[in-house]
Design a protein around this ligand. Sequence first.
Ligand code: GDP
Ligand code: MG
Length: 712
Amino acid sequence: MECAPQITLALAGNPNAGKTTVFNALTGARQHVGNYPGVTVDKKEGTSTCRGQEVRIVDLPGTYSLTAYSLEEVVARNYLIGERPDVVVNVVDAANLERNLYLTVQLLELGVPLVICLNMVDVAEQRGMKVDAEKLAQLLDTPVIPTVGRTGKGMDELLAAGVELARRGPKWRPLKISYGSDVDQGIAELKAILEGNQPRRGLISARWLALKALEHDSEVLGQVERDSELGQRLMPVVDRITEHIRSTLDDDPESVIADYRYGFITAMARQAVSWEREVRMDFSDQVDKVLTNRLFGPLFLLAVLYAVYQFVFWASEGPVEWLQGFFSWLAAGVEGALPPGPLTSLLVSGVIDGVGGVLGFVPLIMFMFFAIAIMEDSGYMARVAYLMDRVLRAFGLHGNSVIALIVGGGISGGCAVPGIMATRTLKDPKARLATILVVPFMNCGAKLPVYSVLIGAFFVKSQAAVLFALTILSWALALLAAKFLRWAVLPGGQAPFVMELPPYRTPTLKGLLIHTWERTWQYAKKAGTLILGVSVLMWALMSYPGLPADEQAAWEQRVQAAANQEAKAALQNQMAGDALANSFAGRVGRAITLATDPLGFDWRTNVALVGGFAAKEVIVSTLGTAYSLGAVEEDDVSLRQRLRASPDWNPLKAVALMIFVMIYAPCVATVVMTAKETGSWRWAAFSLAYNTVLAYLMTLLIYQSGRFLGLG
Ligand code: GDP
Ligand code: MG
């Protein structure tokens, strides 16, 4: 009599991977055949011993996947979920590694404790293929044992690895793959609904169920529909997400998911498999040989970025001018139609200028997002991430951080709000947090107008060079800031993680338009809500309380007495300047000059920067108002001329201001998004403080060294 077995190993694998052979080699004659309950699928069981430990071994039906497409798949899956074997031994045919790993990835996604039996290594070697088992083990984070089932090679090691893992009492740890932003967002949404519901799911994670629901797994959907309340909430969302994916990616969610799994596998195989002989490669592999080449890849990337710049500025020039013209026309119209007074001033300076300032840049942002959508939808962005991975890792980030940084304004013009949302593809929580915190350093679309005014005023001859330098500086800062964060605030190693390389696809126009619209809307939404509110508030703070009555009267007398029209206008401007200095905003601006003096900022700049805390778009319009000294008329060109002519300004001060604007506190919308995506207001507050302190120190350093060198 044998005592009751304590450890159960289940053999899973594709048909013909050699499961039965391995099973026989492990159990010898000690086996019997039964049935899985209720179905006519053979269930082979046997026993073996390893270092005195009795082991029960179950041979599962051969399957290619774990989605409920066939009876075998349902049986295998239900056994894994229902019986929970201590360890699953995944028998993999090394000679057909990539196809076999498809099941492996699904086992990992389910989260079962896994040992990989890398079988048929003899066949693989005959074909000139060498699989690096250690590398594979490292990438998959599971033991990998090379075996030859027919000769029994590796069987002892396999059994020992299984027993050792089982003795550790492993937890189920589902692998999370990114399936691209559309599917990832869908999963997050379904997961939230499933988590709200409290069925007895045991070890099955809500994320896995969400994934299966999107794969239209008949079993999972059937279960959901049986729970009518949950079904009523979940099914419409599943349908909506499916429709969204079909229209953006022109494919079913299940094929998109499969593509990303294969992308994950391809990337893994690139690292773990070497060939003695050249083998035929498919189209994506051939293209990748060039585009991810260490020398040619970066050159191609630079060429792509250059083309993106050219395209975005070329395409948006007309619409931007047209929109800005429209808002000037609107402002002039309102001014002409209404009598001068607080209401007119509110409408023109507060509402039209504030909102128009943002909407005026929408075309630029939109074309930038369109270019980014092409890079993402075609699969090229994944290659950019792959190329950048080594560099970014050195700074504690991850290849995929590059997408978030580019969307956030990495090639100038973007928006940190969708940039932070794009960090969802990052699985390492610390790398993700570090990315979220450095995305605001990028030169988003709201900072561009500030640069444009200052560069136009002081660096007319080298506009492109200065903007390029600012872009490089923002990347350098972001990387160093990330390195510092990973060292001081978020220490810890990085898990080896496989970069997914999904196959190239031709983007669909509909998909591009939807993706462009989703992100542009995030940006434009600010105009109608946040920026409208802040503009009106800033307008009020800059208009009230005005001058004391006696001073006002004295000024008016002087204006009356002026000799000619020109003198009158000059006096009026001076009066408005006094009024602004006396306004609430002016008082705040003056109160903090003590702190901002060493940075070269005067009180007017301070007023603009305080407004920019809410949204950086406000900086230019506020500066405009402050420097036109109250005159309602204002536009970029005249602000440039005024700054250039002002004795208070010089190129060094312009540089100091641009750098401060680049780094200091992210706008309110970004702060809110940071809190939402990190799940904590503390990180949002940290981001505000970290960036502002860093901005202060950097600007101080640059301005004071500039002065020391006699510039400015
Ligand atoms: P199953 O469908 O996964 O149960 O696969 P089998 O165990 O029935 O094996 C399929 C075929 O592959 C059989 O002819 C085995 O003899 C053969 N086979 C299994 N393992 C190996 C191996 O490691 N090397 C070689 N050369 N053949 C193997
Ligand atoms: Mg078999």
